[in-house]
Design a protein around this ligand. Structure first.
Ligand SMILES: *Cc1c(COP(=O)(O)O)cnc(C)c1O
Length: 499
């Protein structure tokens, strides 16, 4: 007998799976947000060896429920405020399922023309929805491509930038000069990773000063660094400006940075992984200031705040030629008439891997289900809730709000009168552990000017006002209790391990 699942069996189990997901999402609020398991606990509960004989699919579902769910942190929980939102949504899940159902490999136009052409159209749509420039469109010199992540997007942008900076020689001859890359202390770590992967090394990453209050890049310092480095024989390849940094959603002055890049002929990459999608709302179009005039490449992640289940990061470039120059290789086994004709897009030349999933299907499903209106309503809700929380914080003398606070992320420092800075930082981390162990919420932290600060990122589709209000009430309550407990002791324990 054939070991394969028949279409009828698939229909049966497929319905079970869809029911399971619907029940999971409907009941998600009753689960503890952060998984409490210890390292190795899940692994220890799983068989060490694979089955010799096939098992019924029900066993997989049963183990999902019994063994795996305790080890799941529920990112779609309305009390999940950690990192940045990683939105999922019904239409995205179904679009992804359809992509799996088709099982298409979209590396070349010819390997499934609709996979490529839908992606082109959907990314032109998205550029229009976000108010991004026409030159990012594929019918102009540029174009968009779906990547697995913003990290891949910045790596690919760096490879294109190196291609341009090296006059097209880097692809053939390798890194032949001391190329440099410009970031700030607030830039995402994926830029340094890209520099390492590209063979430039972390030493090639030059750190531009930020404004101490806004944490935005100082374009004057960028100009000075570029000039100094060039005089010392370096070849500046790329500047990364961030619109909405990961730590605090600081916004670099893209127009001023872009003007410096243009003076020097340096590639400008704009990393708007989290914040970029907010430009779907006209009132947040200012996030794009300078992008149309100056950006050589631009990345944002529908898989963060735009309802498109991971993975779906988008990279646009204003000129696809350096990208293709850096990454195109045509081995004989991939040759085909369509590629030879030059009249089609082969997205394998726009990314690191060869193979690619049909990710455009889920983004297409999302955009069609929500419409521009629905997408705007989602962003606006998150921003409004964050605004309300920020007002509550401002009114409470026990906490300090970090500003500017442009979108859905609220950074807040609980105050600990009587404690040293170091003790206060430890107390804030302890408070966060207590809150995360409560099962009702997930928060993460950052450091601003060296001080531990809590991050509350609002933007899950399930999050309503009451969830934010409950989280704030618990934060105040636990803070007051811990403050009282610490005040009762002569001294907070010094740094970890000091006895
Ligand atoms: C989240 C984030 C990234 C990384 O995103 P991935 O898609 O996970 O690689 C890069 N830059 C910024 C500003 C981010 O917030």
């Amino acid at each position: 007998m054939s070991p394969h699942m028949t279409p009828e069996e698939f229909r049966h189990h497929g319905k079970q799976v869809v029911d399971w997901i619907a029940d999971y999402l409907a009941g998600i609020e009753s689960r503890p947000v952060v998984s409490p398991v210890r390292p190795g606990e899940i692994r220890g509960a799983l068989p060490a060896h694979p089955p010799e004989r096939g098992e019924p699919f029900e066993s997989v579902l049963a183990d999902l429920e019994r063994v795996l769910l305790p080890g799941i942190t529920h990112w779609q929980h309305p009390g999940f405020f950690g990192y940045f939102p990683s939105n999922s949504s019904g239409p995205a899940i179904l679009g992804d399922l359809l992509s799996s159902g088709l099982g298409v490999q979209g590396m070349l136009w010819v390997t499934s023309p609709a996979c490529t052409e839908l992606e082109t159209v959907v990314l032109d749509w998205l550029a229009e929805l976000l108010g991004l420039p026409d030159r990012f469109r594929t019918d102009a010199a540029g174009g968009g491509v779906i990547q697995d992540s913003a990290s891949s997007a910045c790596l690919v942008a760096l490879l294109a930038a190196l291609h341009r900076a090296g006059g097209g020689r880097v692809a053939a001859e390798g890194v032949d000069r001391r190329y440099t890359l410009y970031v700030t202390s607030q830039t995402h770590s994926s830029l340094e990773k890209a520099a390492r992967i590209a063979g430039l090394g972390a030493a090639a990453v030059r750190v531009v000063d930020v404004d101490p209050r806004t944490l935005a890049m100082d374009p004057g310092h960028l100009r000075a660094l570029l000039a100094g480095d060039e005089a010392a024989g370096a070849a500046p390849a790329m500047v990364c400006a961030t619109v909405g940094t990961t730590s605090t959603t600081a916004v670099d002055p893209v127009a001023a940075i872009g003007a410096v890049c243009r003076e020097r002929g340096v590639w400008l990459h704009v990393d708007a992984a989290y914040a970029g999608v907010a430009a779907v709302c006209p009132e947040f179009r200012w996030l794009n200031d300078g992008v149309a005039e100056y950006a050589d490449s631009y990345a944002t992640n529908p898989h963060k705040w735009l309802l498109t289940t991971f993975d779906c990061g988008v990279l646009w470039t204003a000129d696809r030629a350096p990208l293709l120059g850096a990454l195109s290789i045509l081995p004989e086994y991939l040759r085909n008439a369509a590629t030879d004709s030059g009249s089609v897009v082969d997205y394998r030349d726009w990314q690191v891997p060869l193979g690619r999933r049909f990710r455009a299907l889920k983004l297409w499903s999302v955009i069609r289900w929500y419409g521009a209106e629905g997408l705007r309503a989602h962003i606006r809700k998150g921003v409004a809730l964050a605004g309300e929380l920020a007002r509550w914080i401002t009114a409470d003398p026990g906490f300090e709000l970090h500003e500017p606070r442009p979108l859905g992320l609220v950074c807040v420092r609980p105050l600990w009168p009587g404690l040293t800075e170091e003790e206060a930082d430890e107390a804030t981390l302890r408070l966060m552990e207590l809150l995360n162990a409560s099962g009702t919420m997930c928060l993460t932290h950052t450091r601003i000017a060296g001080r531990v600060t809590l991050r509350i990122a609002i933007g899950a589709p399930a999050t309503e006002r009451r969830h934010v209000a409950q989280a704030w009430a618990r934060l105040r309550r636990e803070h007051a209790a811990l403050r009282a407990a610490l005040a009762g002791r002569p001294r907070v324990r010094k740094g970890r391990g000091s006895g």
